[in-house]
Design a protein around this ligand. Sequence first.
Ligand code: ZN
Length: 245
Amino acid sequence: MGKRIRVTVWNEFLEEKKDDRVKAVYPKGMHEAIAASLKMKPDFEVRTATFEQEEHGLSESILNETDVLTWWGHQAHEKVSDQIVDRVQRKVVEDGMGLIVLHSGHMSKIFRRITGTGCKLKWRDSGERERVWVVSPAHPIAQGITDHFDIGKSEMYGEPFDIPAPDELVFVSWYQGGEVFRSGCCFYRGLGKVFYFSPGHETYPIYFNPDVLRVIENAVRWSAPEPTPKPIRGNAKPLEEIPAK
Ligand code: ZN
């Protein structure tokens, strides 16, 4: 077996403590549900980190041992320290750490920083059906997903989604109320690969849905850094002699 992929599953982990509806679905927190599924893959090495831990659980040494970071946040976006956001961004752009931003993480500091846009969207929590359509069947993140899958109860996220045109679009969602949404978007930033995946409202058991978990597993594999040499930048000597002007 090749090198294992080291995954850090980050969750704000506030709503699970405060809101009984969320606690009922995720007694140990959404991060534990996501981590439990990833831990079943023998080639993944999985840890979790949460907002209330020191340095939000994302110290320099933990990030140095992280190939892919997943991010779920909602209420505390503005309370996440800029220093940690700088650190995560640097790890993505300069070291190629993969970043998977989930659901309400669309408004996180790190996602707005990475995309350079406002990242606002339309939303409605009516427990309606979401149908996730594969629009790039050959994409590694769509492997194992045939055509589409349904999420029985979901929060609607609708267009227009204020993001730059994604480098690759893997999924588009339709909702019972009529809206559509770019629900699976890939971005390349420096050496890093970033995937945004919208399903995951905290009061529904979406992180127990096998298709959703398969997408997250695929995204971990896709976004894990490649063992490529660092690009050469800065002032460069010519490769061939340049005749005098
Ligand atoms: Zn939500």
